[in-house]
Design a protein around this ligand. Structure first.
Ligand code: NAD
Ligand code: UDP
Ligand code: UDP
Length: 339
């Protein structure tokens, strides 16, 4: 009893499709799960701009219609309110599987739902890929390395993850999603790609989603102190969203399975990040120290040698270039919310 969409076989459906201007092949039909979220909506922009058709599946847990509303007039765009924990029938060529809350505040809000999304949601999307012969890309995470004992992290590192902690629903969930994906490849010949995404920021992030860049930017704009957790010496490496989207598409179109680290190797302590935010928005902003959360990784930085060599991809936008673009978007949204 799954909702039926379009039951045309992919090849027959492709046959009738006209070539859009600028595209040297018939347009693809692409599913983006989580496409109303932060990363997903930027990916949808890119896929539609190059002439393909996109179906977004999203349950709007953290996603927003506002992120994709500018495509509502486009006949190549379709939005389905659907929870990936439930099966669905569709006919497409590619599946970008992003559906999953990504901010610690959101994924800890209902940990059992988070693990169901990662396990049952990924299983359903793999079952779909297997049935229709679609290529499947999993957005995994740097969190699968846990609190890493190797620095920077290479794809060969197996990680240091607490299986019973408050972050486990997310990091163990994503590890299981990677396992399922590899098993569908080995057992059912599903064509797959795995991306391990490192901390990403940019326009359309949820303003109050609790992630560090969105917190600091919103706090500085609202003239509140920047909340640094712990001693602020823990590190992260921040990637601008357009670099990530370019990497995801390069990976999908490549001949390589991965896993590939997709991140910006520029590494910052949280205190350094606070300084960059102050320079960008308000040099007088205060810093307030707060207790850190459990199992917080001490350091994180991607080794992206593999993606550079095999995908010919590397990030182009530094934190100091990317941050102002996000600030413009946040300033407008905070103003809109006040009016
Ligand atoms: P986000 O929270 O903005 O987007 C996630 C989207 O998935 C939302 O639109 C949400 O409504 C949807 N969703 C959640 N559960 C769902 C379900 N059960 N069924 C259907 N839709 C569901 O997060 P994001 O930052 O855009 O992250 C996208 C993906 O990238 C996630 O899988 C995340 O784990 C991964 N990732 C992101 C980062 C990052 O820094 N942004 C880092 C590592 C990995
Ligand atoms: N599934 C889906 N859409 C499809 C095909 C499968 O949602 O087009 C779901 C299916 O309901 C099942 C999961 O994907 O829960 C795994 O499917 P698979 O065929 O691999 O396994 P099985 O159904 O035999 O358990
Ligand atoms: N953090 C912080 N202040 C905040 C939010 C987060 O200092 O207001 C810290 C957090 O403790 C962690 C780092 O910033 O060390 C990155 O946190 P985030 O939630 O953005 O991502 P993740 O922990 O998933 O990398």
């Amino acid at each position: 009893d799954v909702p039926h969409r379009d039951l045309l076989p992919v090849s027959a459906a492709s046959a009738g499709r006209r070539m859009p201007v600028g595209l040297r092949r018939p347009p693809l039909r692409i599913v983006v799960t989580g496409g109303a979220g932060f990363v997903g909506s930027h990916l949808v922009d890119k896929l539609l701009a190059r002439g393909d058709s996109v179906i977004v599946i999203d349950n709007f847990f953290t996603g927003r219609k506002e992120n994709v509303v500018h495509h509502f007039h486009n006949p190549r765009f379709e939005l389905i309110r659907h929870d990936v924990v439930e099966p669905i029938l569709l006919e497409v060529d590619q599946i970008y599987h992003l559906a999953c809350p990504a901010s610690p505040v959101h994924y800890k809000y209902n940990p059992i739902k988070t693990i169901k999304t990662n396990v049952m949601g990924t299983l359903n999307m793999l079952g779909l890929a297997k049935r229709i012969g679609a290529r499947f890309l999993l957005t995994s995470t740097s969190e699968i390395y846990g609190d890493p004992l190797e620095h920077p992290q290479k794809e060969t590192y197996w990680g240091n993850v607490n299986p019973i902690g408050v972050r486990s629903c997310y990091d163990e969930g994503k590890r299981t999603a990677e396992t399922l994906t590899m098993d569908y490849h080995r057992g059912a010949d599903v064509e797959l790609r795995i991306a391990r995404i490192f901390n990403t920021y940019g326009p359309r992030m949820c303003i109050d989603d609790g992630r560090v860049v969105s917190n600091f930017v919103a706090q500085a704009l609202r003239r509140q102190p920047l909340t640094v957790y712990g001693d602020g010496k823990q590190t992260r490496s921040f990637q601008y969203v357009s670099d990530l989207v370019d990497g995801l598409v390069a990976l999908m179109e490549s001949e390589h399975i991965g896993p590939f680290n997709l991140g910006n190797p520029g590494e910052f302590t949280m205190l350094e990040l606070a300084e960059v935010v102050k320079e960008t928005i308000d040099s007088t902003a205060a810093i307030e120290f707060k207790p850190n959360t459990a199992d917080d990784p001490h350091m994180r930085k991607p080794d992206i040698t593999k993606a550079k060599e095999l995908l010919n991809w590397e990030p182009k936008i530094s934190l100091r270039e990317g941050l102002p673009r996000m600030v413009t978007n946040f300033r407008q949204r905070i103003l809109d919310a006040q009016s």
